[in-house]
Design a protein around this ligand. Structure first.
Ligand SMILES: [Zn+2]
Length: 377
């Protein structure tokens, strides 16, 4: 599972001696067969190799780059067959023995470049959007705690789970039975508390964004009483499960179902807010107005419909973006065509500490030009 430390390590990686290769690959197998993907990746590596030949000077640098390509190709050819994620981000610098692979749950544009620092913009945008989940499965005798991030699931097994045997065996009637029942109830509460503590421990360690519970409704009702207030605030959903029997892949599936619903609601809300606020000037919509707000540093949240691309122009001097070919108003240089100003707008938003969210499918954003921003003031 991707940890915050791993991402930090990538952000800090810079190298003066060798080039680091950054590779993003769209592996969406719903549209393209694995065979066609393999060919596409071969082509991508071939053409990158061609254009990078002149870029690295020394023999060692070229060798390092060569081995980066080989490693990336080998990894991808394996990965296409064995996995189901939608995209990959790979970073390799053989000369420094640096290698990182990220399996991504959303599609990306294919990119393969080599430079002195890794190209992390698309990964950063995606990481900023992904929520880390904790899922607790609980009944009166079992408890399991899972962590889910970027489509991966890990069970945290440090939990002492099963109740002592005596607690679940019946008594012989009378006073002894009442005592046993009292002990049983106390043991169940203790057990709930242990599971709740384990979830809180994970929260302190990894700061998950949302908590989901799996089990039977009346048990979960009791269990929730034991959750720390921070966790109760982060409760995002429940599903029916049998702790001890429900598999990790079922837990992942249930989480993805709930997440899809949460995300769709959230995206509809954001797009609706944008549409409502545009007339009063607290939001802008459409490419031209959005670019202007980003340039002025007024945008607080950039909303982009996933898959939206639009050609435009960029000034090579100061990165000024525009929709028409014109002379840059700042440095009076002619602007150059760029294949996708949406991508440039995202970069501008990142540079201005503006949050970025991609919305999927038909939301009010579609009629508002597929791009827009909520403003700070
Ligand atoms: Zn300029």
């Amino acid at each position: 599972m991707i940890t915050r430390q791993q991402v930090d390590q990538l952000l800090q990686f810079q190298n003066g001696r060798y080039l680091v290769t950054s590779c993003y690959l769209n592996l969406d197998r719903t549209r393209v067969s694995p065979q066609a993907l393999k060919i596409r990746i071969k082509d991508l590596i071939q053409s990158a190799r061609h254009s990078l030949q002149g870029k690295s000077g020394t023999h060692e640098q070229r060798q390092s780059l060569q081995r980066d390509f080989e490693r990336i190709e080998a990894f991808v050819q394996q990965d296409i067959l064995g996995n189901r994620h939608k995209a990959l981000a790979l970073f390799s610098c053989d000369g420094e023995k640096f290698w990182q692979a990220y399996r991504l749950p959303r599609v990306v544009r294919n990119i393969l470049i080599a430079d002195h620092a890794p190209y992390i913009r698309p990964l950063k945008v995606m990481l900023a959007q992904q929520r880390r989940y904790c899922v607790a499965l609980v009944d009166r005798a079992h408890g399991q705690v899972f962590e889910i991030y970027m489509g991966e699931i890990v069970e945290h097994k440090e939990l002492p789970v099963d109740l002592p045997r005596w607690a679940s065996e019946g008594g012989q009637g009378g006073r002894e039975e009442r005592n046993i029942e009292r002990s049983y109830i106390a043991a169940v509460h203790q057990h709930f508390q242990r599971v709740a503590d384990a979830a809180f421990h994970l929260f302190k360690q990894h700061q998950f964004d949302a908590l989901l519970l799996g089990g039977h409704r009346e048990v979960l009702l009791d269990f929730k009483e034991h959750l720390h207030a921070y966790l109760r605030e982060r409760l995002a959903g429940e599903f029916t499960a049998d702790p001890g029997r429900t598999s990790a892949s079922e837990v992942l599936q249930q989480t993805e179902l709930i997440e899809r619903r949460i995300v769709a609601d959230h995206e509809q809300r954001m797009a609706g807010e944008l549409a409502r606020n545009a007339p009063s000037g607290r939001a802008v919509s459409g490419m031209a107005a959005t670019l202007a707000a980003l340039r002025r540093g007024e945008a607080q949240l950039l909303l982009v419909e996933e898959g939206f691309e639009s050609p435009g122009y960029v000034c090579r001097g100061c990165r000024h973006l525009s929709l028409d070919a014109a002379t840059c108003p700042h440095c009076e240089q002619p602007s150059e065509p760029c294949a996708d100003v949406v991508d440039e707008a995202v970069a501008l938003a990142l540079a201005h500490n503006c949050r970025i969210e991609h919305v999927q499918g038909a939301t009010p954003l579609r009629d508002a030009g597929r791009i827009g921003a909520l403003l700070r003031y």
